[in-house]
Ligand binder design. Structure first.
Ligand code: ATP
Ligand code: MG
Length: 571
């Protein structure tokens, strides 16, 4: 089953930063290395988990670089591991690639090529280039040698072509149990590259495949499937991460022996981000052990997780473009990702007022039962976003943090006798407090200056701070979820001996606030809207919301530590 999409809608508006992969492709186009053939790339995920931010880099490279030169990109599922792969993962990957802004040319599956790969294996056997081995997995490992010692030949290496053909056909026919035999390429057991020491091509596995069902009980290994799949699709530039560098000679060997389309593999660095773990296998473990709520838990670095958290594809693409590609692995500060996301949200997000930890403020000289509306800009960064009317009344909610009965030095917010500005509304001066039996302040009483309407000083007198507020009569009560880093160490893998990665989980990565008070316009929020709760952070509606119960996720706080880092570095 292959889908063809005539129109590629890959996002191509971002600035083009130079990277060596782009240079290689440009040179191949210039020298007409592939003649009249179009530049063809592929993104080849294994459907054994959800995509994460690291994959976003590979996607932007595969789709983005091809698109820049009028080339095409296939989305190919590398589905050669039936035990770990599921349709759920396939579906999520399709959705995530589209969310990121890319559209594939053809949708392919390595399993589409099982028949062709089998034919090619027969061809290699007939050419004396492959043999059936009866050694156990352990024995094969022992025979393989080490980085410093050559391997030795299997006693089955010199079987006749006829015997190999017979045994391989019977492997396919299901005559042998799992793990009893393998097909190996006959290359060189003394090669300095361990991958070239007669690598396994096929293993016996009586497992049901998510697409081919029980048609096969032998499955090709990654190395045997990947290059040939590229070749079948006329992939010109097969870009992958650096851990495959040592596999490149084998990639080329199969293609050369078979005399098929000469796809070329090029390696680039994996994206690593501080405080973040980018491995599908480990992320699966987090989900299975209930350390997060699901693959799309907003603390997860999965694309569905950060999407739910309120991250945008535009910011992610800009970030990945800035990170670029290189030939050595490194690590990128998470603050840089956050910087790109804040920059994007600053332009996009509508402003709103929300009080997370409410304290009641009663304006004693404001007439009881009176209400008025303050006209407020929706987004000062975007005049076209217009204005809205925010209700104001005698009783309003302010943040507990914005009042101190006994103010510490340099505390300029509200305290008895001090005047502050209520954003877009009035100047108020705190007069007295009401306390509960335990002595906690539960209400602050203040007076307002009617001449300061709109928050403007009536006589040039200054106030040192402006605080946000929400009308008590009209507030929307909502749950707000505040997220912090999932891991508490810059390198999550930095744990003491005998410990484990999960010892580095941040115990305070989620804080739930049940009774936040939001301005009433937020009742209209949709899942894909982004907000800046003024002075608090960027937020979006969570999918757990219903008509009657709203839940908001904090995407990011407002603090911008990356800008500080850049400034300190003199950038
Ligand atoms: P994981 O270790 O998370 O399972 P993977 O490399 O096994 O990742 P694949 O599904 O095989 O995941 O990856 C599809 C493509 O994405 C590959 O080309 C791979 O090189 C690339 N990729 C995976 N992780 C990263 C990363 N952190 N940075 C850049 N590219 C990545
Ligand atoms: Mg993989």
């Amino acid at each position: 089953m292959t889908d063809t999409n005539p129109e590629s809608t890959a996002a191509s508006t971002e600035p083009r930063l130079s990277n060596f992969l782009r240079d290689i492709i440009a040179e191949d186009v210039r020298t007409r290395k592939y003649g009249d053939a179009t530049i063809q790339t592929r993104f080849p995920p294994e459907p054994n988990g959800y995509l994460h931010i690291g994959h976003a880099k590979a996607i932007c490279i595969d789709f983005g670089l091809a698109d820049e030169v009028g080339g095409k990109t296939n989305l190919r599922f590398d589905d050669t591991n039936p035990e770990k792969e599921e349709q759920e993962y396939v579906d999520s990957i399709l959705a995530d690639v589209r969310w990121l802004g890319f559209e594939w040319d053809r949708l392919c599956y390595a399993s589409d090529y099982f028949g062709q790969l089998y034919e090619w294996a027969i061809q290699l056997i007939k050419g004396g280039k492959a043999y059936v081995d009866d050694l156990t997995a352990d024995e094969i490992r022992q025979y393989r040698g080490t980085l410093t010692e050559p391997g030795k030949n299997s006693p089955y290496r010199d079987r006749s072509i006829e015997e190999n053909l017979d045994l391989f056909t019977r492997m396919k026919a299901g005559e042998f149990p799992d793990g009893t035999r393998v097909l190996r390429a006959k290359i060189d057991m003394a090669s300095p590259n361990v991958n070239m020491r007669d690598p396994v091509m096929y293993r016996i596995l009586h497992a049901t495949h998510h697409r081919t069902g029980d048609d096969w009980c032998i499955y090709p290994m990654y190395d045997y499937a990947h290059g040939q799949s590229d070749s079948i699709e006329n992939v010109t530039h097969s870009m992958c991460t650096l851990e495959f560098t040592d596999h490149q000679p084998l990639y080329r060997w199969y293609i050369e022996q078979l005399g098929i389309f000469p796809s070329q593999q090029i390696e680039f660095d994996r994206l690593n981000i501080t405080y973040t773990m980018l491995s599908k296998r480990k992320l699966l473990q987090l989900v299975r052990e209930n350390r997060v709520s699901a693959w799309d838990d907003p603390r997860m670095p999965t694309l569905c997780g950060i999407r739910r958290r309120g991250f945008t594809p535009e910011a992610l693409r800009a970030f990945v473009g800035q990170v670029g590609a290189s030939r050595t692995n490194g690590s990128t500060d998470i603050e840089m990702l956050e910087y790109f996301q804040r920059d994007d949200l600053n332009h996009r997000a509508r402003r709103a007022m929300a009080v997370l930890r409410p304290l009641k403020l009663v304006i004693t000289n404001y007439p009881e039962g009176q209400e008025e509306f303050c006209e407020v800009q929706n987004n000062p960064e975007d005049q076209s976003a217009g204005t809205r009317q925010v209700p104001f009344g005698r009783e309003i909610w302010i943040e507990q943090d914005d009042f101190r009965e006994v103010p510490p030095p340099k505390y300029y917010r509200l305290s008895p006798g001090k005047e502050v500005r209520l954003r877009n509304a009035y100047f108020v001066t705190a007069q007295s407090v009401v306390k509960d039996a335990a002595g906690n302040v539960v209400e602050v009483h203040c007076t307002y200056d009617p001449a300061s309407r709109g928050g403007n000083s009536p006589d040039g007198r200054k106030v040192k701070s402006t605080i946000h507020w929400v009308s008590c009569a009209r507030a929307l009560t909502a749950e707000v979820r505040l997220y912090d880093k999932l891991f508490s160490k810059p390198d999550p893998y930095d744990f003491p001996e005998g410990g484990d990665l999960f010892d580095n989980l941040n115990p305070n990565s989620l804080e739930v606030i049940a009774g936040a008070k939001l301005e009433p316009s937020l009742a209209e929020a949709k899942l894909d809207n982004h907000y800046q709760f003024e002075r608090v952070g960027y937020f979006c509606l969570d999918q757990d919301s219903s008509e009657t119960r709203k839940v908001f996720n904090r995407t990011l706080s407002l603090k911008d530590s990356w800008a500080k880092i850049e400034k300190n570095a003199g950038a």
